[in-house]
Write a protein that binds this ligand. Structure first.
Ligand SMILES: *Cc1c(COP(=O)(O)O)cnc(C)c1O
Length: 417
């Protein structure tokens, strides 16, 4: 039984995977946290590395048989150090959320004061939002954006930091379409004696490719996922300077986790190697160029965008002035073959489960090699759908056109159907 191919061992799951391959091929995937992992990364994740237990760190493991795993983990670490220009990398966090939890464990005690951007402004749950452990076990102070231009309110960040003296300040976001000003955050953190943490989960690929300023030299601790714009496996990483290295490593293991996922570690090593190429630099810049063209097209069709546009891979459409809520728009777009997600906008007048915004990004479609012509077509399709969310005939016509476009741009790592 253990030696049967998937199609025989479990035809039901095999079918789900085949259907998902087809969906990922046939649709324009705009969820900004998603991408197509490179083929080599996918191979590593499905390899025998899955079978090995490796608690500890290279050269200091609690299990024998690490001849190959130590090499894999050292390669991942060395490549990330040189790619980002940092003193140290930990590649063991299971994903972005556990990476952030490890940071709390490394530098805080329960009840300590921490600061992060509020979820309604575009911050992540793990930056102190009340329903998350980060908001429950810590005294979490949340900053936000200006009401008028939706840019981060640095006067508020500074005054809250002076008043509450947090141990940690998180910067970085999950739904913020503009550049994060790391030097400005660093100045505030320094003034109040807080450790600045830059969470670059969304933008790690842009930072690696030089399409977003790097937090290195401003934030001594950096956390990230490895599967968003970085285009690696589902995973997490922590980058830091020498001064914070010991605390970070101890927090990840034995503080928070057991054995690392070695296939993922290999995937991170591969992603780091690929991200150091000129081709990846061009990819990172193309993500941003595409996003700007898409934003301009949407604006020209009369849609409002949070902050009025974008500097990165992400756009947040604000439908407050339109008749249609975000969820209805996202569902209509999905029927037209365009997959985005509904999202709150800053100062949203609607509830989080039925908000006013649609969030989208260009990382995955840029991985397929699409460019500005395709972005213009896409923007017009989206506007057509949003203007007429009950027109099922138009949606199925657009879904057909989307499929034809997708056939011209095969997705990395997916066999053509
Ligand atoms: C996606 C994200 C995370 C969490 O990553 P998971 O892998 O989903 O746990 C953390 N921080 C930010 C800013 C993110 O966007």
């Amino acid at each position: 039984m253990a030696d049967l191919p998937l199609i025989e061992a479990d035809p039901e799951i095999a079918q789900c995977i085949a259907d998902e391959e087809k969906r990922q091929h046939d649709k324009l995937r705009l969820i900004p946290s998603e991408n197509y992992a490179s083929r080599a990364v996918m191979e590593a994740c499905g390899s025998v590395l899955n079978n090995k237990y490796s608690e500890g760190y290279a050269g200091r493991r609690y299990y024998e048989g690490q001849q190959n795993i130590d090499t894999v983990e050292r390669l991942a670490i060395e490549r990330l150090k040189s790619l980002f220009g940092v003193d140290h990398a930990n590649v063991q966090p299971y994903s972005g959320s556990p990476a952030n939890l490890a940071i709390y464990l490394a530098f805080c005690n329960a009840g300590d004061t921490i600061m992060g951007m509020g979820l309604p402004s575009g911050g992540h749950l793990t930056h102190g939002w009340k329903v998350s452990i980060s908001g429950k076990y810590f005294n979490a102070i949340q900053y936000g954006v200006h009401r008028d231009d939706h840019l981060i309110d640095f006067d508020q960040v500074a005054s809250l930091a002076r008043e509450h003296k947090p141990k940690l300040i998180f910067c970085g976001a999950t739904a913020y379409p503009r550049v994060i000003d790391f030097p400005k955050f660093a100045e505030i953190a320094k003034e109040v004696g807080a450790i600045l943490v830059a969470d670059i989960a969304h933008i790690a690929g842009l930072v690696a490719g030089g399409a977003h300023p790097s937090p290195v030299g401003h934030a001594p601790v950096i956390s990230s996922t490895t599967h968003k714009t970085f285009r690696g496996p589902r995973g997490g990483m922590l980058l830091c300077d020498d001064a914070h290295k010991k605390a970070i490593d101890r927090a990840v293991f034995p503080g928070l986790q057991g054995g690392p996922h070695n296939g993922t570690t290999a995937g991170i090593a591969i992603a780091a190697k690929l991200a150091s190429t000129n081709e990846f630099k061009a990819y990172a810049h193309a993500i941003v160029d595409n996003c700007r063209v898409l934003a301009e097209t949407l604006l020209s069709r009369g849609l409002d965008l949070v902050t009025g546009g974008t500097d990165n891979h992400l756009i947040l459409i604000d439908l407050t002035r339109k008749e249609v809520p975000g969820k209805v728009a996202a569902q209509a777009l999905d029927r037209a073959g365009i997959v985005a997600n509904y999202n709150s906008v800053p100062f949203d007048t609607r509830k989080p489960f039925d908000p006013s915004g649609v969030r989208l990004g260009t990382a995955a479609i840029t991985s397929r090699g699409m460019g500005s012509d395709e972005m213009k077509r896409l923007g017009n399709w989206m506007a057509d759908v949003i203007e007429d969310v009950e027109n099922e005939a138009a949606m199925s016509r657009i879904a057909g056109e989307v499929k034809d476009l997708c056939d011209q741009f095969p997705a990395p790592g997916i066999p053509v159907h």
